[in-house]
Design a protein around this ligand. Structure first.
Ligand SMILES: [Zn+2]
Length: 213
């Protein structure tokens, strides 16, 4: 089932259904870095990445072997005592596993050999920039906060950062009725009640119960 959470909120809590709770969404937005094609790398490092990795050198093979990422495509076991010569033969035959981690290790080893490895000067590797310094400061000082706690029972989804799905009900039974009728998970009233009641102690202790299954 989709991820659901039960929350205790005031009965007159009126945050729009299906809209992420404002306390979970930082209003001081970041922008995509315009300088590094969202890679986070400096220009020279990006240039190396764009050429691809057809031929490995021994220092690159050593860097991969050190983190046990030099693996054959079919067995997914690390190669033993790999030499660049052997690895290149296997690679040309399509027998070396090339994933994101391998590309990262290769890029770093190669760019370091050329003495150019480094982050984008504009975003410092974060791939994010800000409209201005004030927005940046506000973004970093902003903290998440929970909705207010109250007597009501409300069903939330946690696929996004979190939004309410149901009205706030005065009793857990009413919420179970509503959930059985309206929630896409297909659980019946008794199943909802069981989940809600199992979590009752946790609900009272923290106001939140995870129903993810
Ligand atoms: Zn950048």
């Amino acid at each position: 089932m989709a991820h659901r959470t039960l929350k205790r909120v005031p009965l007159d809590f009126d945050w729009p259904l299906g809209q992420e709770w404002e306390g979970y969404v930082n209003p001081h937005k970041t922008l995509d870095c315009p300088s590094c094609d969202m890679t986070g790398y400096n220009e020279a490092t990006r240039g190396i990445a764009s050429k691809g990795f057809d031929e490995f050198t021994q220092d690159e093979v050593d860097a991969l072997a050190k983190v046990e990422r030099l693996r054959s495509n079919d067995t997914d076991t690390p190669l033993e005592n790999p030499t660049a010569e052997k690895v290149n033969v296997l690679h040309k035959a399509g027998l070396i596993k090339i994933d994101e981690m391998v590309r990262y290790v290769l890029l770093k080893a190669r760019a370091e050999r050329f003495g150019v490895y480094g982050y984008c000067p504009e975003c410092d590797g974060s791939r994010e920039v800000f409209e201005d310094e004030e927005t940046k400061r506000l973004h970093h000082s902003w903290k998440e906060y929970e909705p207010p706690i109250g007597e009501g029972w409300q069903l939330w989804e946690t696929v996004s950062d979190g939004s309410p799905l149901s009205p706030a009900f005065a009793s857990v039974e009413e919420l179970a009725d509503w959930s059985a009728k309206n929630d896409s998970s297909g659980l019946n009233r008794e199943q909802w009640l069981e989940l809600f009641r199992e979590g009752k102690e946790a609900v009272e202790a923290s106001s939140i119960m995870s129903l993810s299954k």
